[in-house]
Design a protein around this ligand. Structure first.
Ligand code: ZN
Ligand code: ZN
Length: 188
């Protein structure tokens, strides 16, 4: 698959490197990754609204989430990458259909394959979300904040409460399933 989805377990939300790094380190990393990737999306080559995505690996036996690298994605591929959050965020339904269509097109897969992939991801996410994970930030470990910031700014510089966005975006697994079903009905 050229573009996979990443469903970050509930217990690990808002603990990514971009949130947890002190000072301006994240913007430095982000700029460097974009430069290395030639200022374009590594999946589709688009260069509009580039985002540095953190690649995480999951050791389901040791319960360790490990930072495995970074990649530059255009904003649409990044929405697809975080399909779970993208489908639940406020926005127009046609945008959400667009995420699913992009996912199918870029991977050259059918609707049925897309559906079973997302369902499997959702099941995996449900199991992982019940576990207590340790986060391995690798070489960045020593630059991590001791406490999770209660409030952070979004890309517009507006303050938003982390707890509020968490409950909105990452609700119960049951709620998820209902939502997916709704979206799938429209796309199909
Ligand atoms: Zn892209
Ligand atoms: Zn990302």
């Amino acid at each position: 698959m050229r573009l996979t989805c990443e469903f970050v377990p509930k217990t690990l939300q808002n603990k990514g490197l971009s949130v947890m790094l002190k000072g301006r380190m994240w913007s430095l990393i982000s700029r460097t990754v974009k430069e290395i990737n030639g200022y374009k999306c590594v999946v589709c080559g688009d260069c509009f609204w580039l985002i540095t995505h953190e690649i995480w690996e999951y050791d389901d036996e040791k319960l360790v989430q490990r930072l495995a690298g970074f990649m530059t994605l255009c904003s649409l591929c990044h929405r697809v990458k975080h399909m779970q959050g993208s489908l639940l965020r406020t926005g127009r339904d046609w945008n959400k259909i667009c995420y699913i269509r992009k996912f199918m097109r870029i991977n050259g897969i059918s609707w049925g394959e897309c559906k079973s992939y997302l369902e499997a991801k959702l099941r995996e996410w449900g199991v992982r979300s019940t576990k207590n994970w340790t986060i391995d930030y690798g070489v960045f470990g020593k630059h991590i904040r001791v406490e999770v910031p209660a409030i952070r700014t979004n890309w517009l510089g507006n303050y938003m409460k982390v707890e509020k966005s968490e409950s909105r975006k990452f609700g119960k697994v049951g709620m998820w399933e209902n939502y997916y079903r709704e979206i799938w009905d429209i796309v199909h």
